[in-house]
Design a protein around this ligand. Structure first.
Ligand code: NDP
Ligand code: OAA
Length: 286
């Protein structure tokens, strides 16, 4: 259930026709900073960074200074009036606080903490009532185009096997709650096998891709996830295996970590691609 308890069903606010689409970025970690840098460098024509939120406002101002010195850094609660779309790329616990005001006002939210969507169904319903939209880009995963297409028919089974370097999994609540110590692992260790719902709860900062796969396909209780800690790996790898009445496919991605070892570099690029598709005269892929 969402913690958001703000105003409901306000009329959508409109931006001036022809004006750039105003983005709010919450927060300024590996993904947020990469998005800000790309927009500021002109890689995404038609968009502007209107505001950013951060835990440490002064530190964020210092980080922005070389690329976006004029962009205001404000508390999360002040973002919505300043922007048309929010890019949610903060810790999952802040999801409702960030996304709620935008969808309540009929606006779009591009969300990365997709695991949090499994407990914020109310915000999806709210967006349905206000005309807002929650957009979950492919992020660090691949093949969601084929999974959504297959889900229009019947998917018999869907599974993801994730293998990460040890530092891509350290600190996950599931490991701590179950006394699983991977810090000294010298060979691959299977640390989890279960549903996407259980994986999202146990690995909230490490496995948003499992929730994305579940939401694209057959839901969090029918999607199976296996997680391995592999000390020999340098990349976060995800392999998905789908058996459907339209096709069978298996695909894998090897993500080069960003400055945050839990997060693949491709994730921020996926946000840019999703934003670009919103206004592009040609859209490729579902
Ligand atoms: N959908 C997908 O495929 C993927 C999703 N993700 C998810 O995207 C989200 C962002 O990832 P990433 O950029 O790598 O994360 P980072 O840890 O790099 O950044 C998170 C940012 O949030 C800030 N923050 C922490 N607490 C607060 C607070 N109370 N108020 C405001 N800001 C706060 C942090 O500030 P500080 O540095 O001061 O702590 C940091 O700047 C995460 O939920 C992650 O799990 C990541 C990868 C792939
Ligand atoms: O899903 C996530 O949160 C991050 C991830 O696995 C990746 O970047 O490869």
């Amino acid at each position: 259930m969402s913690s958001f308890e703000g105003p409901l069903l306000l009329p959508p606010s409109t931006s001036t026709p022809g004006a750039p689409i105003r983005l709010a970025v919450a927060s300024l970690g590996a993904i947020g900073m990469a998005v800000v840098e790309a927009v500021q460098s002109g890689r995404l024509p038609g968009f502007t960074i209107a505001a950013v939120s951060a835990r440490d406002i002064e530190a964020a101002r210092a980080r922005l200074a070389p690329v976006a010195p004029d962009v205001p850094v404000v508390p999360i609660a002040e973002l919505e009036p300043l922007a048309d779309i929010v890019v949610e790329c903060a810790p999952a616990a802040l999801f409702g606080e960030i996304v709620g005001p935008f969808v309540a006002n009929g606006k779009k939210a591009v969300v990365l903490s997709i695991g949090a969507l499994l407990t914020h169904g109310d915000l999806i319903e709210l967006a349905g009532r206000t005309g807002g939209q929650i957009i979950a880009p492919s992020g660090a995963l691949l093949a969601l185009d084929a999974v959504t297409a297959a889900a229009e028919g019947t998917i018999h089974s869907i599974k993801m096997i994730t293998r990460k370097p040890v530092k891509g999994l350290l600190g996950a609540p599931y490991l701590e709650e179950n006394g699983i110590d991977i810090a000294a692992a010298t060979e691959p260790v299977k640390v989890f096998s279960g549903t996407a719902r259980e994986a999202a709860k146990g690995f909230p900062a490490n496995l948003n891709v499992g929730a994305a796969l579940a939401l694209a396909g057959v839901g969090p209780d029918a999607t199976t996830i296996e997680i391995w800690a592999d000390p020999a790996l340098t990349r976060n790898t995800h392999r998905i295996e789908v058996d459907a009445d339209s096709a069978s496919f298996s695909m894998a991605i090897e993500n080069i970590p960003s400055e945050n070892p839990k997060t693949g570099r491709i994730t921020a690029l996926s946000v840019l691609a999703a934003l670009r598709k919103m206004t592009a005269p040609l859209r490729v892929g579902t």
